[in-house]
Ligand binder design. Structure first.
Ligand SMILES: Cc1cc2nc3c(=O)[nH]c(=O)nc-3n(C[C@H](O)[C@H](O)[C@H](O)COP(=O)(O)OP(=O)(O)OC[C@H]3O[C@@H](n4cnc5c(N)ncnc54)[C@H](O)[C@@H]3O)c2cc1C
Length: 425
């Protein structure tokens, strides 16, 4: 069966700094229909399956739907536009085992890095979504010739020959044991396709408008903008930077968006480009603001480059997110100054895009049950590590929802209840 991952509706289509411390086209029309039989299921029968409605088809919602359905839940995923249409389709896809060590994300990141490895085995990740271990280098790039003079401090390190531009002071910050990558859109759509085909997840296109709470303060259903109602025993809200547009969440905490730009290049000589992610400290000429762009060669032969971020109002729909020509131009300049193989004329630009990182006020993701609404869960605020942390977030939420307790990683640091406690304090 082919799985259609986008809506049938026609649509016009501070810093991202990280540092160490087939999809199928298609469906059978029935996938767009809302499950009707399950909403009348009798919870007292032995074959009753817990009904979960997951809202949001980004990496967090899709990973959650995948693990929930694999554990036997009857899952409906509601997406307003298309699967991986936002940051989850436009991210770098870089994964690191230990770069979050020493902070609240440490255990989540370590568990998720390992889950990525096992998912890649389960779903043929190297072939289906470009999973591969890769090295990572930090590099200083100064555009002004006078700033760029003097010896480079990359002693003892063999710099890959394609990085033949203004780069200096190379340092190894990740090896194939500790760093890896996926193509984020293909990762998310591959998981979604597997969830639909292997575990019966239903994909519904529509905008989730509100969560209705029934007797005893327990969730009863999700109501869509067009008034369709999907009954649920549990609901997961994985709305990324749109989380604050849902009243049940915005009454408790703020999730804001940081806009980031990226480009994708197709170099004429892809085979000359080695599997090294580059983390740049970039100093533009004439005293321009320093930036921290990141460069990710992909096994597809493409090279992805993303740049600095700025807080901006998140438009109501993903298709309305427009890129700023100056930011795109800057990324092209970065490309040419890093490698002659990425300069204009040597590489074709295949994507110029922008999207939003979902950020929280305390910088920590929000994962867990919403206080006062039984059965209503949230997974959001993953900022620049959502692709890495999607699998452990989804696996832990599925355990919490179906078993009443998470095992893969302790979620207590991520609880939404911290915002209630902060208000009382
Ligand atoms: C430039 C850039 C590079 C990045 N690089 C990396 C990286 O290398 N490694 C890494 O780990 N992370 C990276 N990230 C971070 C990562 O992309 C995000 O943390 C992650 O994608 C967030 O996923 P999400 O599912 O929370 O949100 P999103 O991907 O934004 O998905 C939210 C989904 O919810 C849907 N939605 C919203 N409201 C509704 C509604 N009411 N009803 C139905 N559907 C709704 C949206 O349409 C969207 O599809 C990067 C991010 C950016 C911007």
């Amino acid at each position: 069966m082919a799985v259609r991952l986008s809506s049938p509706v026609t649509v016009t289509l501070p810093s991202l700094r990280r540092s160490p411390s087939a999809a199928a086209t298609f469906i059978a029309a029935n996938l767009t229909l809302i499950r009707s039989s399950s909403s009348m299921a009798d919870p007292t029968t032995t074959d009753y399956r817990h009904r979960v409605v997951v809202c949001g088809g980004g990496v967090i919602g899709v990973c959650t739907a995948y693990f929930l359905s694999k554990k036997g839940a009857a899952v409906t995923l509601v997406e307003q536009s298309s699967v991986a249409c936002a940051a989850s389709g436009k991210a770098g896809g870089f994964l690191a085992l230990d770069w979050c060590d020493g902070g609240p994300l440490s255990n989540l990141a370590r568990a998720s890095f390992n889950l990525h490895r096992s998912l890649a085995e389960e779903l043929d990740g190297p072939r289906s979504y470009g999973y591969r271990p890769l090295g990572a280098l930090s590099v200083t790039v100064r555009e002004s010739p006078e700033q760029n003079s003097g010896p480079s401090s990359s002693v003892g390190l063999e710099v890959p020959s394609w990085i033949d531009g203004l780069g200096r002071n190379f340092r190894t910050i990740g090896t194939t044991r500790t760093t890896a990558q996926v193509h984020p859109r293909l990762f998310t759509t591959t998981l979604m396709t597997a969830a639909v085909e292997k575990y019966g997840v239903e994909l519904v296109f529509g905008k989730a408008e509100r969560v209705d709470v029934g007797e005893g303060g327990r969730v009863g259903s999700v109501v869509l903008e067009d008034e369709r109602v999907i009954e649920a025993d549990s609901v997961v809200l994985a709305l990324g930077p749109w989380s604050s547009k849902m009243a049940i969440l915005s009454s408790m905490f703020r999730v804001y968006g940081l806009k980031a730009h990226s480009i994708v290049l197709e170099p004429k000589e892809p085979d000359a480009i080695t599997a090294h992610a580059l983390f740049l400290s970039y100093y533009p000429a004439h005293g321009g603001k320093p930036m921290d762009p990141e460069v990710y060669p992909r096994p597809t032969g493409e090279v992805y480059i993303c740049g600095s971020t700025a807080e901006e109002e998140v438009p109501s729909r993903p298709e309305q997110v427009a890129s700023n020509p100056e930011s795109i131009q800057m990324l092209k300049r970065v490309a040419g100054n890093v490698s002659s193989l990425l300069a204009e004329g040597e590489a074709r630009v295949t994507a110029e895009q922008a999207c939003f990182l979902p950020c929280t006020d305390d910088g920590i993701p929000i994962i867990g049950e919403i206080p006062g609404v039984k059965g209503c869960f949230v997974g959001t605020g993953h900022s620049c590590w959502g692709i890495l942390n999607g699998p452990a977030t989804g696996a832990a939420l599925s355990e919490l929802i179906l078993d009443g307790r998470e095992q893969v990683v302790d979620l207590s640091s991520f609880t939404p209840a911290r915002f209630v406690a902060a208000r009382k304090g």
